[in-house]
Ligand binder design. Structure first.
Ligand SMILES: Cc1cc2nc3c(=O)[nH]c(=O)nc-3n(C[C@H](O)[C@H](O)[C@H](O)COP(=O)(O)O)c2cc1C
Length: 334
């Protein structure tokens, strides 16, 4: 399948693995790239720019295909040395960067000078248009369904994607709630040139996280996520668990007076304990509503091949069938 995104990034399939804290290591990024998608290393999971340089080198040893690095500009408790992380990316020969959070504008000249393509993750049309205006090459349009930070506008992808298609000139991928061939074909129909998946890629054999995390995603339904940190205007969609119920309770009690200090120990710094040690109840970890569509733990190649084969069947048999007056049943993937 050829789209503006496969052509821009030199990849075989229009499927991107979004940056994920303590998940986006070289193992997952290289597996996605080897399977024909675009794998992405999460820059800030590497505690120093030197460690990121090593992770990039490790990934390069595992794949000869293009891969990217995510740089997240979120309100951090202490701001990381972004220029040095960018130097590691440039010197590592990475040609694709996924930015997210605050505007990447201050860092674009350095990235562009190195011939790097930038895909900025946005949760609104206005931010997508700003990304286009400041010179980003593509946008990842992240709907309200998404795992992680959906922003504060709460517009789901059924509206957000066609709105983005109506306004944007640069290509974009659909992000948030994407899991299978139906997601991909729907995203293409709504105007996107591919899809970005987070949660779905965690439940794969190669994702270097504890089995408990993968099993928790498979066990979860579409009703099992919660939004936290709304009062701080830093909303995050996370999997419901014991730690998260405590956060929700504190937030309920504090209302508009909530400060980050009220919940800091339950939302910050827990990722290693959760993702590596498998303590799923320790506190907040990002997870999308799409967990309800995750039924298994395949290899990344099995997942991507299945999506592409089923997308073809979906288009040729079901969609074209309607035009030829053949009434096809809905496609099930479970
Ligand atoms: C565990 C987890 C950690 C994430 N960490 C980051 C991150 O550090 N930076 C970022 O830009 N996005 C992060 N995301 C968001 C993903 O890149 C992606 O946009 C999102 O998962 C898409 O929604 P989906 O989960 O419904 O597929 C994270 C998502 C998850 C599930």
């Amino acid at each position: 399948m050829k789209t503006a995104i496969t052509e821009m990034f030199g990849i075989r399939h229009p499927i991107i693995q979004g940056g994920m804290h303590y998940v986006g290591f070289a193992e997952l990024a290289s597996a996605v790239s080897n399977a024909g998608g675009l794998g992405i290393i999460t820059g800030l999971t590497q505690k120093t720019p030197e460690l990121l340089a090593k992770e990039i080198a490790r990934c390069r040893d595992m794949t000869d295909k293009p891969f990217g690095v995510n740089l997240t500009f979120l309100p951090a408790f202490t701001a990381p040395p972004y220029p040095e992380y960018i130097r590691a990316i440039v010197e590592g020969g990475v040609k694709i960067v996924e930015t997210a959070g605050r505007s990447p504008e201050p860092y674009l000249p350095a990235l562009k000078a190195a011939g790097i393509k930038i895909i900025h993750k946005c949760t609104s049309v206005r931010h997508s248009l700003k990304a286009e205006r400041i010179g980003c090459d593509a946008v990842s349009v992240d709907g309200f369904e998404c795992g992680g930070h959906p922003g504060e506008d709460d517009v789901p992808n059924m509206i957000l994607l066609p709105r983005a298609a109506d306004e944007l000139k640069i290509p974009f991928v659909a992000s948030g709630g994407m899991a299978d061939a139906r997601s991909l074909v729907a995203a293409l129909a709504l105007g996107a040139d591919g899809m970005n998946m987070g949660t779905r890629f965690i439940a794969t054999k190669e994702a270097p996280v504890h089995e408990n995390i993968k099993k928790a995603i498979v066990a979860a339904s579409e009703l099992d996520t919660r939004l936290i940190m709304r009062a701080l205007r830093n909303t995050e969609r996370v999997l419901k668990n014991k730690g998260v119920e405590e956060i929700v309770q504190i937030e309920r009690e504090k209302g508009a007076t909530l400060t980050i200090d009220d919940i800091r120990e339950r939302v910050g710094g827990l990722y290693p304990r959760i993702m590596i040690e498998g303590d799923v109840d320790a506190g907040a970890w990002s997870c999308g509503m799409v967990a309800g569509l995750v039924y298994d733990i395949p290899t990344v190649a099995e997942l991507i091949e299945r999506i592409m084969a089923e997308a073809e069947r979906l288009i040729r048999d079901r969609l074209v069938g309607f035009l030829e007056d053949r009434v096809a049943p809905a496609m099930k993937v479970a």
